[in-house]
Write a protein that binds this ligand. Structure first.
Ligand code: SF4
Ligand code: SF4
Length: 427
């Protein structure tokens, strides 16, 4: 039996469930939350503010949609989701201007907000400062935003998640965003009845990556897969948040042992069909983490039903952190590691891959994906065509270039809704 360094006590998974105690072995202790270099975070936020990958990688996003749309069911899921999600995004965007519906009592309302959130179905809720260093550049002026951030986590159903990558998993992925968006709107309404403002940034329309704020609010730690791992459901969840000016008490980051557990586990790293996950942590924008290779992930996600294998094979997702930590403390082993039940998956058209087996892709599988913004990509194509024509820039080439650029500009003004993407997972 390993020596236990500390215990984490969390509310039970569901509203009014008994508290759970998670033992963290001493050898898995690192720091609460994540190792941070505040000066670097400040510097990057000032000199290189974050931007949504819906903007910076728009060319690959559009390409990925064309790939997904070749699968009829995937196309229908995407269309259906965008149709149902758009009113939710519009409703969320309207919340910033909504006035409270009662007079505040002046008392701290932290517990009321948390109880209501859990009653609405959120499995985790924490409160922290709304840190503007993580705002996307293009969204800075879009939201009024109040000073406190309520970090919310909604569970994605267990059964369909275990079939990843699959149509069923893709359906539940989208529907969870919508369900949590509606629940966050409801929580915003509740906060207004307490006498305070509440602005919801939900349903995929986030103001920035949620993970740094959720980690600061103590609801999880980032795993090697890039997802936030939460105590009850690991990465099998979707994140959302709201800001408020209510009188609240902040939570603190927690050391769940995940930062060190991932270095021992490595299941997602070893099972990723795109070899898109890093074994070792690096410092990135002032945070120490396993950084995902976006260029190796999106081509797989686009062609294989949204992939998500890194979520499916994570023991914390499947068994919960308490079971994983208790097993590790008792045996020094990662629960489920090496088993077909945890690590096996099927890729449509390629077959089943058990522990130690990975698919092989054709040579242009990764290089076929375009990069950069739609403008950068069009310019790169223009250059490549001119070079292929011996350096001659013909009128036809120029006309084509002008037409495409004009198309992008007009799309930019009409497509103001940056719809759901996997942004948060790429930061
Ligand atoms: S989604 Fe798939 S390709 Fe991307 S990191 Fe996860 S397992 Fe790898
Ligand atoms: S599979 Fe293992 S290494 Fe990957 S996120 Fe989960 S616990 Fe961490």
């Amino acid at each position: 039996m390993l020596k236990i360094g500390h215990e984490v006590v969390r509310p039970g998974k569901h509203y009014q469930d008994a508290e759970v105690t998670i033992p963290i072995p001493e050898e898995l202790e690192t720091v609460p939350g994540v190792p941070l270099n505040q000066r670097e975070i400040d510097w990057y936020a000032r000199e290189y503010p974050l931007e949504s990958m819906n903007v910076t990688e728009r060319a690959s996003r559009d390409w990925a949609n064309t790939q997904r749309d070749q699968h009829i069911e995937m196309r229908e899921i995407r269309k259906e989701h965008e149709k149902l999600n758009r009113p939710l995004i519009m409703a969320c965007r309207a919340t910033g201007e909504m006035e409270p519906t009662a007079e505040p009592t002046g008392e701290d309302v932290t517990e009321q907000i948390k109880n209501k959130a859990r009653e609405l179905g959120f499995v985790e809720v924490g409160i922290t400062n709304f840190d503007h260093r993580y705002d996307y550049k293009s969204k800075k002026d879009q939201f009024t935003m109040y000073p406190h951030f309520v970090a919310l986590v909604y569970e994605q159903d267990f059964e369909p998640t275990q079939t990843i990558p699959s149509v069923d998993a893709e359906i539940v992925h989208s529907s969870t965003y919508r369900t949590e968006g509606a629940a966050a709107l409801e929580l915003g309404n509740f906060i207004r009845t307490l006498g305070y403002h509440a602005q919801v940034s939900g349903s995929g329309d986030s103001t920035g990556p949620y993970k740094p704020l959720h980690v600061a609010a103590g609801v999880g730690q980032q795993g090697a897969c890039g997802y936030l791992l939460t105590p009850h459901v690991g990465s099998r969840c979707r994140l959302v948040g709201l800001t408020t000016d209510a009188i609240v008490t902040y939570d603190q980051p927690v050391d769940y042992g995940i930062h060190a557990l991932c270095q021992v586990c490595q299941v997602c790293v070893n099972r990723c069909p795109g070899r898109a996950l890093m074994r070792d942590k690096i410092w990135w924008r002032g945070v120490e983490k396993n950084k995902l290779y976006f260029k190796r992930c999106r081509p797989v996600m686009a062609r294989y039903l949204g992939c998500g294998i890194c979520m499916k094979v994570c023991p914390v997702q499947k068994y919960g952190l308490k079971n994983v930590m208790e097993h590790y403390a008792a045996t020094g082993q990662v629960l489920g590691k090496g088993t077909h039940d945890l690590e096996g998956y099927t890729l449509e058209g390629k077959g089943y891959f058990g522990p130690g087996e990975l698919p092989v892709f054709e040579s242009n599988f990764f290089s076929a994906m375009p990069h950069g913004t739609e403008f950068e990509n069009t310019f790169e194509q223009f250059k490549a065509k001119a070079q292929a024509a011996g350096g001659e820039i013909t009128d036809e080439l120029l006309q084509d270039f002008k037409r495409q650029m004009a198309g992008h500009l007009s799309n930019q003004t009409t497509d103001q809704l940056q719809m759901m993407d996997q942004d948060a997972d790429y930061i």
